[in-house]
Structures are given as structure tokens and as C-alpha cells.
Design a protein around this ligand. Structure first.
Ligand SMILES: Nc1ncnc2c1ncn2[C@@H]1O[C@H](COP(=O)(O)OP(=O)(O)OP(=O)(O)O)[C@@H](O)[C@H]1O
Ligand SMILES: [Mg+2]
Length: 106
């Protein structure tokens, strides 16, 4: 497993941008870290790498933010308040976590 150490918000965003450029449909990236760890910063880079122009915000009051207009659609989920698979399922979020080819069956 590769380890990347970021020393600045710009470096974190740049890492996200690299991931966004290389991303293929169905890719799921799990972000784990405390408040202010830089998760949203990485997602900003992801959006840039995908060619998405919209401003990225933490999905704090929503469970999922959807960003279209880029090479791929970006789904930014917040699982912070959900503790079990059952809750994830009830919230209708497992659909987003399943690897899925664009245009394939759901
Ligand atoms: N190396 C770094 N990588 C990313 N962000 C950094 C870094 N160093 C400092 N920061 C700062 O830390 C903050 C990270 O905020 P960000 O919103 O990305 O965190 P978060 O993990 O999404 O938090 P939350 O759980 O509250 O949504 C930003 O203000 C950013 O400028
Ligand atoms: Mg955040």
C-alpha cells in the first residue's frame, strides 16, 4: 500500500486531483479522519481532476452531495452519523457504494 504525506491543503488537493484524473466509473474512495482532517480538501481536488466546476462543501446537513458536469458524476457521501449497514441501507445509500459500470444494470 502506498503512503502519501501531505504538508499543506494544496498538496492534499493536488493528490485528490491526481485521483480524480485517473478515476474510473464505479470507483469508491473511503475517507476516514477527524473533523478538519482534510477530507473535503481532498474531495475538492477530486472534483477538479474530474473537471467539475462547482464549489465543494462538506455534506454536513445532507447525507449525499451530487456533483455533475465533469467527466464522471461525483457522489460525496457523509456516513458520519450512520453506525450500521442497516442504517446505511435505510438511508438508501448502499446503492452509491456498490461498484457500478456506467450504463450497467443497477
Ligand atoms: N495537509 C493538509 N491537508 C488538508 N487540509 C489541511 C492541511 N493542512 C491544513 N489543512 C487545513 O485543514 C482544514 C481541513 O478541512 P476539511 O474541511 O478538508 O476537513 P474535513 O476532514 O472535511 O472536516 P469535516 O469532518 O469537518 O468535514 C482546511 O481548513 C485546510 O486548509
Ligand atoms: Mg468535510
Amino acid at each position: 500500500m502506498a503512503t502519501y504525506i501531505s504538508h499543506s491543503p494544496a498538496e492534499t488537493e493536488s493528490l485528490g486531483e491526481t485521483l480524480g484524473r485517473a478515476a474510473e466509473s464505479g470507483l469508491v474512495i473511503g475517507l476516514s479522519g477527524d473533523l478538519g482532517a482534510g477530507k473535503t480538501q481532498l474531495v475538492k481536488g477530486l472534483a477538479r481532476g474530474l473537471g467539475i466546476a462547482a464549489r465543494i462543501h462538506s455534506p454536513t446537513f445532507t447525507l449525499v452531495n451530487v456533483y455533475r458536469g465533469g467527466r464522471l458524476t461525483l457522489f460525496h457521501l457523509d456516513l458520519y452519523r450512520l453506525e450500521t449497514m442497516e442504517q446505511i441501507h435505510s438511508a438508501g445509500l448502499d446503492e452509491y457504494l456498490r461498484r457500478r459500470k456506467q450504463g450497467g444494470e443497477r
